[in-house]
Write a protein that binds this ligand. Structure first.
Ligand code: ZN
Length: 90
């Protein structure tokens, strides 16, 4: 019995533009923007800005699409923010 030559592989990174889940238009493309983040951490709400957040944004309605990669950037920025605002412990 012959097995098909096609191997199962993930799609090549889901090429842009994506369809917007808010307005339904296929106009979501990657953008770099300043983002004012509010993240709860250790029971406190931290507000800080991410000067260059790479995030898919709908060109039609401005809807931001949060992906795992976006979340990772926000978490990185949060760590930087905590470093700056909290005294270093020995
Ligand atoms: Zn939209």
């Amino acid at each position: 019995m012959k097995t098909p030559a096609t191997t199962k592989q993930p799609p090549p990174d889901n090429p842009f533009p994506w369809r917007c889940r808010r307005c339904g238009k296929q106009e979501v493309v990657m953008a770099t923007t300043q983002y004012e983040a509010e993240v709860r951490h250790d029971g406190r709400l931290h507000c800080f800005s991410v000067p260059r957040l790479e995030i898919p944004v709908c060109q039609s309605c401005g809807e931001k699409v949060f992906t795992v990669e976006v979340d990772a950037q926000v978490q990185d920025a949060l760590r930087e923010h905590l470093k700056l605002t909290e005294p270093e412990s020995p």
